[in-house]
Every structure is written in structure tokens, then in C-alpha cells.
Design a protein around this ligand. Structure first.
Ligand SMILES: [Zn+2]
Length: 258
């Protein structure tokens, strides 16, 4: 068993953070790609400064939007404090995408030829505590008689492999589309954003892992949101998107519970 202190230095801190732990709202927010931080012992993985700041390391703006939604919905927010470059917490350990050595157009030298021991070290240090914390939170809420609606917040790059992506907000779901259907319905007359179902990714791309693990088996209402990251580069944009999503969620949940 890995001792966490061998992986993280004191300055690194803990892998999982929880905001508004006492939140009383029905929504539980999760942000798997909130951070581009790397633990000190990993240096820069052989990447340039630009690559380390880019979408391959994190979902720019996603944590800021999640925090605003956590306030407006009085929702607990669980977020990962380290970069997906080391371990992508929205992928299971057996997925080749959990610890990639190539992401879009970037080679990640520090992830090439990882030993089984190193993969297991990262899984134990980053993936297990993160999903363990979500599991505990849902169980604790159930014990308090609180329902949980699981909402994960992501952002995506406007240009991928040189191709522009016209979609601005993606509403993603796996086999349970109850909440996504209502949100898409509620968004159908908006002129604010181009909102689409299962874009720019969908379940076939393996992106619904957190929903699959925590929401589907328990029958919890759930959705994954993807925001084009050029819309949320500053506080104004983040505020407008957060308000828009909060409104969609409120309206859709009220509709389902009616
Ligand atoms: Zn993401």
C-alpha cells in the first residue's frame, strides 16, 4: 500500500478537495479536471510551459464555473487537485486514456513506458481517493435523507486537431438521459449558446465514467456538462455560463419532480 506522503509532498497537499461540504442542495457537483497542478516529485513530465497550461493538463475555467454553481445551488463540490496528465479521474484504471503518453497533438514524455508499479501508484494516489470521496459523500447524503443529483462539469478546447468546434455547451449522458433530456428541452429556445446532446464527445468515447460508477447503478439523476473553454476565460464569461447552467438545472429538476 502506498503511503500518500511518498507521492505528495507537504506543499502538494491532498488529492481531493471538497467545497461547501455542508451544502444542502440536491445537486452534487464533481470536477475531475479542475487542476493543472503536478506533484513536486513529477516535475514537468517533459512538457513545455504552454502544454502544461493547455487543455491537455486540465479543463480551463471548469472549476471557476463549478464554484459559482456550488454557491447558487448550495451544492457540495468535489474536485481533483492534480492534473489529468498524471491520472485522468474520469477514466477507469484499465483504460488506455487514464494515463496517456499522447494527448491530442502533444507527446507526454513523462508518461511513456510506465511500469505497472507506477500505474498502480498513480491509481492509488489519485483515482481511488477521488472516487472514494464521491462514494462516501453520496452515502452520507443518503443517510441524511438527501437525494443526490450528480452533475459533472468539464470544459473543452475550441480547436481540436486543427478543427473548430461550433458547439458551445454539451449536455452529455450515458444510458440514463432523464435529466439531459429536460435540460436540452429547456435550452431549446435559447439564443445565448449553441447547446447540443453528447457533443463534442459522447459515451462511446468513454467520457461518462464518473456517471457510470456513481449514478447509473444507484439510479441517481445525472448529467455531464461540457463548456467550450473560450467562453469561460474570465469572470464575466464564467458568471454568465454558471447562471445559464444553474437556471437550466433548476428548471429541469423542478420539471422532473413535479
Ligand atoms: Zn474534462
Amino acid at each position: 500500500m502506498l503511503v500518500q506522503s511518498e507521492f505528495f509532498s507537504e506543499a502538494d497537499g491532498e488529492p481531493v478537495a471538497v467545497d461547501n461540504a455542508a451544502g444542502r442542495g440536491g445537486v452534487l457537483l464533481v470536477c475531475e479536471h479542475a487542476s493543472r497542478r503536478l506533484p513536486e516529485r513529477y516535475g514537468d513530465l517533459g512538457l513545455s510551459k504552454d502544454a502544461l497550461a493547455s487543455h491537455i493538463a486540465w479543463d480551463p475555467g471548469a472549476l471557476a464555473v463549478s464554484r459559482l454553481m456550488s454557491k447558487s445551488l448550495d451544492a457540495t463540490l468535489i474536485h481533483q487537485r492534480f492534473s489529468r496528465l498524471l491520472y485522468d479521474c474520469n477514466r477507469p484504471p484499465d483504460s488506455p486514456a487514464a494515463m496517456r503518453d499522447v494527448s491530442e497533438i502533444f507527446r507526454i514524455p513523462g508518461n511513456e513506458n510506465l511500469s505497472e508499479a507506477e500505474k498502480s501508484r498513480r491509481t492509488t494516489a489519485l483515482y481511488l481517493p477521488f472516487h472514494g470521496r464521491i462514494r462516501e459523500e453520496i452515502a452520507a447524503r443518503r443517510a441524511r435523507g438527501l437525494q443526490t443529483v450528480l452533475v459533472t462539469i468539464h470544459s473543452f478546447t475550441p480547436v481540436y486537431f486543427g478543427k473548430e468546434r461550433p458547439v458551445e455547451i454539451g449536455v452529455l449522458h450515458d444510458t440514463d438521459s432523464r435529466l439531459a433530456d429536460r435540460m436540452l428541452q429547456a435550452a431549446s429556445d435559447t439564443h445565448l449558446y449553441r447547446v447540443e446532446r453528447n457533443e463534442p464527445y459522447g459515451p462511446a468515447d468513454g467520457v461518462t465514467h464518473t456517471l457510470e460508477v456513481h449514478a447509473l447503478p444507484a439510479g441517481l439523476l445525472n448529467v455531464m456538462i461540457e463548456i467550450r473553454n473560450d467562453l469561460i476565460t474570465d469572470e464575466t464569461g464564467q458568471g454568465v455560463v454558471a447562471d445559464f447552467l444553474t437556471g437550466l438545472l433548476r428548471e429541469s429538476l423542478a420539471d422532473i419532480q413535479r
